[in-house]
Design a binder for this molecule. Structure first.
Ligand code: CMC
Length: 445
């Protein structure tokens, strides 16, 4: 693709070399233009040269929801939605969840390669030794109402971290980049656990650096009077797998928010706060909460037909189904599903909701309404059942998702900062309001 828009050609003459180009004729003027196709993409700016006259601003592209617009070049995560493929730095998620662990995947996502033993040991050491938060953060948490949503508390406290590390605003400093990534990944479980304990009126539990990343999180969530919390390895593992599945998911709503905010040259704490905000919504990470509430409302298998009918009438959505990118089974859902039974066995919980979830999935997958629209279970369909079995309150589910997604948000921020084409994100609009209207004094309205 050309770096500069080329001038219009009368007739069909082309200035773009080779066959990797698109010829466009503007029927308003009869002029033809050639724009380069690179990586299956044309540059929106190449259309700006298309004008009816010199006064014309030039053609723009319109894409609400960015359904067909690539906003960045990224080497972090590859998804083939048609085939149900998810890879981090080229390694399939199935291999990672089988052989790796969350902290190693976090390193991979952030730095583009699997760590050597030395790199891994240093990384785990650094993350483990940055889990404490400033005591004033605890007081900041205390300011929330007893029933504050833990996701709202997480959002505010991640934003507050930026004020504790003002040096992170040195966004070009390699050490600041590294230590901010470490701090974000290390402190997110602490903030999440404090938010959870606050909502229950329980004292905060400080990090235990002798436990694993997920073992420490379980300790901060559930430790009571015992001298040391002893996490069940099956639950530690299931949580670790969930975090690996969440580690990154390319340009979704929250990652896009991180990049947009980061593009104003914001530090990673401020930028990741935008990611947490994006994830909060029920169409994104909040879907795991919505799934559980939906299953509770359906209550029993007998009620499934009425519920599905209501979905088909357009009255509500089958939460945990559908995805903008996956038009096949979400590979993350398949992996999570395989851990549900193990977690229920470890917690000794009977989940009536599991029966509803299994039957609801089966019936939806047999129903043309869903298959015609390529609606399949996504990652959030099963994660809520696991979190519920672990004893995590529904409102805190999305907080768990946020812990897992933190490496991805940080990696997207780092990649943006290194982008040769870095520019502040600033979309265009199609203005639909009035023009040149006169101000009307109050007494004449
Ligand atoms: N239940 C019922 N119908 C649905 C659903 C659903 N969950 N999702 C999409 N549809 C229908 C929709 O009504 C539309 O039908 P029609 O063509 O007749 O109007 C068609 O499928 C296409 O839907 P869309 O809204 O244009 O699709 P989208 O790509 O804009 O939305 C989505 C993707 C994930 C927001 C949507 O599928 C949804 O709301 N799902 C439920 C919420 C959910 O589970 N979100 C978690 C996503 S995975 C976790 C993450 O990465 O954040």
């Amino acid at each position: 693709m050309s770096e500069e828009p080329r001038g219009a050609q009368d007739g069909s003459a082309s200035t773009v070399e080779g066959d990797q180009s698109l010829s466009v004729t503007d029927n308003r003027t009869g002029k033809s233009y050639d724009v380069e196709i690179k990586d299956g993409t044309v540059r929106a700016m190449d259309f700006r040269q298309i004008k009816v006259d010199e006064e014309d601003f030039g053609l723009m592209t319109y894409d609400p929801g960015f359904t067909n617009t690539a906003s960045s070049r990224s080497a972090v995560t590859y998804i083939d939605g048609e085939k149900g493929i998810l890879e981090h730095r080229g390694i399939p998620i199935e291999q990672l969840t089988e052989h790796s662990n969350f902290l190693e995947v976090a390193y991979l996502v952030l730095y583009g390669h699997l760590p050597t033993q030395k790199e891994y040991d240093e990384w785990v050491y650094d993350v483990t030794h940055h889990t404490y938060v400033h005591e004033m953060i605890k007081r900041f948490m205390d300011g929330f109402r007893h029933d504050a949503n833990p996701m709202g508390m997480l959002l505010a406290s991640v934003g507050a971290l930026s004020t504790f590390y003002p040096e992170a605003r040195e966004v070009n400093d390699d050490y600041q980049r590294y230590v901010s990534a470490v701090r974000l990944i290390a402190k997110m479980p602490t903030l999440a656990a404090f938010a959870y304990r606050h909502s229950l009126g329980l004292p905060y539990v400080y990090p235990d650096n002798d436990l694993t990343y997920t073992g420490n999180l379980l300790s901060m969530l559930f430790k009571m009077a015992e001298p040391r919390y002893d996490p069940d390895p099956r639950i530690e593992k299931a949580l670790d797998v969930l975090f690996m599945l969440h580690a990154d998911h390319e340009q979704n709503c929250s990652a896009a928010a991180v990049r947009v905010v980061g593009s104003a040259i914001n530090d990673p704490f401020t930028s990741v706060t935008a990611g947490v905000a994006g994830l909060y919504g029920p169409s994104h990470g909040g879907a795991n909460v919505a799934v559980l509430k939906m299953l509770q409302r359906i209550e029993k298998v007998d009620n499934i037909p009425d519920f599905l009918e209501s979905v088909k009438q357009g009255n509500e959505r089958l939460m945990g189904f559908g995805h903008r990118v996956y038009k096949n089974y979400d590979p993350r859902a398949r992996i999570i599903r395989s851990h549900v039974d193990e977690v229920l066995e470890a917690t000794g919980k009977q989940s009536q909701l599991l029966d509803v979830a299994i039957e609801l999935e089966k019936r939806a997958l047999d129903d043309e309404y869903f298959t015609d629209r390529k609606l399949y279970p996504n990652v959030d369909y099963w994660s809520g059942i696991i979190y519920e079995a672990m004893g995590i309150p529904t409102d805190a589910f999305t907080v768990m998702f946020a812990i897992g997604r933190t490496p991805g948000w940080t990696a997207q921020w780092l990649e943006l900062m290194n982008d040769e084409e870095f520019r502040i994100a600033r979309p265009r609009q199609i203005y639909t309001g009035p023009r040149e209207a006169d101000y009307v004094p109050m007494n004449e309205r």
